[in-house]
Design a protein around this ligand. Structure first.
Ligand code: ZN
Length: 542
């Protein structure tokens, strides 16, 4: 008799609570998870209890299930919670891979995540129906929510141009937002930090946000300036609030942070600004990752925006312009200082000349895994000149992690009642594989910045509430069976900055729509995830 049969037998023979269904048969669920420390995703205190699953739904949550099951899982000593929700990811490269094992979304399911958000930073396509079908047909390991992205839209209408749209172009942008929302986008994402999105004024964005708001969407943003690059952190934070007010749409700051020593300590001011807006009734929330280093492009981090107008090839041409280069170089020196110098920039990957998709699959370049300071030494160059050489050889693009975030600011944001967990997971940064375990191991267990209940609430039910996800984020009868069982003593990260792609540990079981994606601590390769299209209010889509 195997373990789960033995458990079923015990439950059958010893439970006085067995009840009969209307037909006189003992009720039998598909899966029964018994005796775990159970958090339901709300602010309620945990109980010791059972969760029963039948098909893709939860059928029972409570102290002692009055039913048997085909399979019983003993969760004594384990934490049982809703499947975690990651509000900002770049998981697309897994979900769109031709390989089944990749589409199972290993980095995320091994963190206990059952739903990921994509199309962030302004990147979401307006052709979402096709995108969702592309996920659904071959199958994916987690559920997926997507934004329609301002960047994708602006690029489709204006290319890389650094100018305002004409009236006709502005109306075309609007149409694309409407298309995206009506094809199931959760909202409009923007990344006004990035070119060409940063060429847009606030006034260009507001009417687009409004169209998303009319259709029940949210405005999610990688804000224009998380540092002191352009308009400054506080003005940028204000800009987001203004877009929310004038666009009449809830706003959500993605990966909220203070980037660079110029703005360290500013979390208190940002929090005050946001709390004041919330006190006046504005709907403002944020997501955050628990890491000291951010991840971006070497070009985005160091090269001034005007010099990258027109894209990578235009930027590389400007590098060859003897009249422009001194000005570009001078600004790069300033930007490097903002980011804490060459010793604070770790180059994680880069496009190689023969592979334009090198962010995920390119050959290891000589700078991969090295700090910019070491690359400069290796080439006997000044760090800025070394960066220019990397950009030249990488055809304009190389990704970096940059140690630019301060610990007290992280902790300050994390404790806010309106901040939920996100990974911003992307290739080359351990946050892709280890965000949730890191938040738990470091901020719950080691530093006691938040407690276990807060960690779970802010990674499940609260996230589902902010985005109005349909029957997700809670352990409740009738809700979809996204259920996580983890061992609190073994729920730890394994990836680090030098080895970013190592699976995390401690997830015992993860059910996605009632099917085990992780079973007994191992991935099953199940592809039971679903696209979760948002439904706009009636009459807002024709
Ligand atoms: Zn971002």
């Amino acid at each position: 008799m195997n373990r789960s049969r033995a458990a079923t037998f015990l439950l059958l023979s010893s439970s006085p609570l067995l009840v009969a269904s209307a037909s006189g048969q003992v009720q039998q669920a598909d899966v029964l998870i018994t005796g775990g420390k159970l958090y339901d995703g709300s602010t309620a205190a945990p109980i010791t209890g059972d969760v029963a699953i039948t098909g893709d739904k939860i059928v029972y949550v409570g102290p002692k299930a009055p039913m048997t099951a085909k399979r019983t899982i003993d969760a004594k000593g384990m934490v049982v919670a809703p499947g975690l929700i990651d509000a900002h990811t770049h998981a697309d490269h897994f979900l769109e891979d031709s390989d089944k094992g990749q589409r199972a979304n290993p980095a995320w399911v091994m963190q206990g995540v059952s739903t990921v958000f994509v199309g962030v930073d302004g990147n979401g396509t307006p052709n979402l129906k096709a995108k969702f079908a592309q996920y659904q047909k071959p199958g994916i390991g987690t559920n997926v929510v997507s934004y329609v992205g301002f960047g994708a839209i602006r690029r489709a209408v204006l290319g890389e141009a650094a100018r305002a749209p004409t009236a006709a172009e502005a109306s075309r942008e609007k149409q694309l937002v409407i298309q995206g929302m009506c094809e199931g986008a959760i909202g409009l994402s923007a990344g006004l930090f990035y070119a060409p999105q940063n060429f847009a004024t606030t006034e260009e964005v507001i009417p687009l946000a409004k169209e998303a708001g009319i259709r029940g969407g949210i405005y999610d943003t990688h804000q224009r300036d998380e540092s002191s690059y352009s308009i400054g952190l506080m003005n940028s934070t204000e800009e987001v609030l203004r877009i929310g007010r004038e666009g009449q749409i809830p706003v959500h700051y993605s990966h909220i942070k203070t980037l660079g020593h110029d703005v360290w300590g500013k979390s208190a001011d940002m929090i005050k600004l946001i709390n004041d807006a919330r006190a006046k009734g504005q709907n403002v929330t944020a997501n955050q990752y628990p890491w000291l280093a951010s991840n971006t492009g070497l070009d985005a981090a160091l090269v001034p925006r005007w010099a990258s107008d027109g894209g990578a090839s235009a930027m590389l041409k400007r590098f060859d312009d003897a009249a422009l280069m001194p000005k570009i170089r001078a600004e790069m020196v300033k930007n490097l200082d903002r980011r804490g110098g060459a010793g604070a920039i770790l180059i994680t990957s880069g496009y190689t000349a023969d592979d334009s998709t090198g962010m995920t699959k390119g050959k290891a370049a000589p700078w991969t895994g090295k700090y910019l300071s070491d690359v400069a030494k290796m080439w006997k160059l000044d760090p800025v000149d070394a960066a220019v050489r990397v950009l030249r050889e990488a055809k304009g693009r190389a990704s970096i992690v940059s140690f630019t975030i301060s610990e007290p600011d992280i902790e300050n944001f994390m404790k806010q009642p309106w901040v939920v967990t996100s990974s911003d997971g992307s290739v080359g940064h351990p946050r892709e594989y280890a965000t949730f375990q890191t938040k738990y191991a470091v901020y719950v267990k080691q530093k006691h910045v938040i407690d276990e209940a807060f960690f779970i609430r802010h990674s499940t039910g609260l996230t589902a509430d902010i985005f109005k996800l349909d029957r997700r984020g809670y352990l409740k009868p009738g809700y979809f069976a996204d259920v996580l069982v983890f061992d609190p003593n073994r729920y730890v990260p394994k990836a680090d900055y030098v080895h970013p792609a190592v699976l995390s540990e401690g997830v015992q079981e993860l059910f996605v729509n009632g099917v085990a994606a992780v079973d007994n601590g191992k991935m099953t390769g199940a592809l039971s995830g679903r696209p979760l299209p948002h439904t706009p209010p009636p009459g807002t889509c024709k």
